[in-house]
Design a protein around this ligand. Structure first.
Ligand SMILES: CC(C)(COP(=O)(O)OP(=O)(O)OC[C@H]1O[C@@H](n2cnc3c(N)ncnc32)[C@H](O)[C@@H]1OP(=O)(O)O)[C@@H](O)C(=O)NCCC(=O)NCCS
Length: 174
């Protein structure tokens, strides 16, 4: 999986962004609206197959509830067919998380609309950089994300729980 970052104010034409948190039905049949606490069971059901495929991290009800604060669902005839949220770490940094579109509704523009909505939310909150960790990097690049930020900045990761090659003995202090 590659890290991708997006400045919340670039990468998408402003004409394609909508202001505010109101529900938007700009394509017949698919409604995009802010998520609510009552969506949590449906979001859990939506992401379950992608968690099994290891495309998304597993998240319990409490975590999903937190994500509804800055999350959006795509709904078709009252059924949740898509979800995405931003996890806001600070005024500077947020992460696009839990992006999923039900398999039978993919490739119809729903994912892109959800990402746009999340970028707009980040912009509303004044977040400077939005990060995404995903195997769907071509999709995210289409949505305005890239591997680097201006001024030669890159996102670098380490996994504190994984053994490090440069650690010769456990508990070594330096
Ligand atoms: C990634 C995902 C959210 C895309 O949702 P979607 O509704 O199918 O996306 P869209 O229809 O908006 O697709 C937008 C564009 O990306 C392309 N695209 C969609 N899925 C793609 C994929 N898996 N690989 C490459 N390109 C893809 C589409 O062709 C489309 O291009 P176009 O606008 O030029 O036609 C969806 O495939 C999904 O839920 N995947 C499983 C969960 C997952 O991997 N989540 C992490 C994503 S960061």
């Amino acid at each position: 999986m590659g890290p991708l970052v997006a400045s919340s104010t670039r990468g998408l034409a402003s004409s394609s962004l909508r202001q505010g948190n109101d529900a938007v039905m700009d394509r017949p049949g698919i409604l995009l609206r802010p998520a609510t606490s009552s969506d949590v069971p449906n979001i859990a059901e939506l992401i379950a197959p992608f968690v099994i495929e290891r495309k998304l991290l597993p998240r319990g009800p409490a975590e999903l509830l937190e994500l509804t604060v800055n999350g959006f669902v795509a709904e078709s005839d009252g059924v949740v067919v898509g979800f995405a949220a931003i996890d806001v770490y600070s005024r500077k940094l947020a992460e696009l998380v839990c992006l999923a579109v039900r398999a039978d509704r993919q490739r119809a523009g729903v994912g892109k609309r959800l990402v746009r909505r999340c970028i707009l939310r980040a912009r509303e909150l004044g977040v400077l950089e939005l990060l995404a960790i995903s195997a769907s990097d071509e999709f995210l690049k289409d949505c305005g994300f890239d591997y680097t930020l201006p001024e030669q900045k890159r996102a670098l990761f380490c996994q504190p729980l994984a053994p490090r090659a440069d650690e010769s003995s456990a508990g070594e202090d330096d």
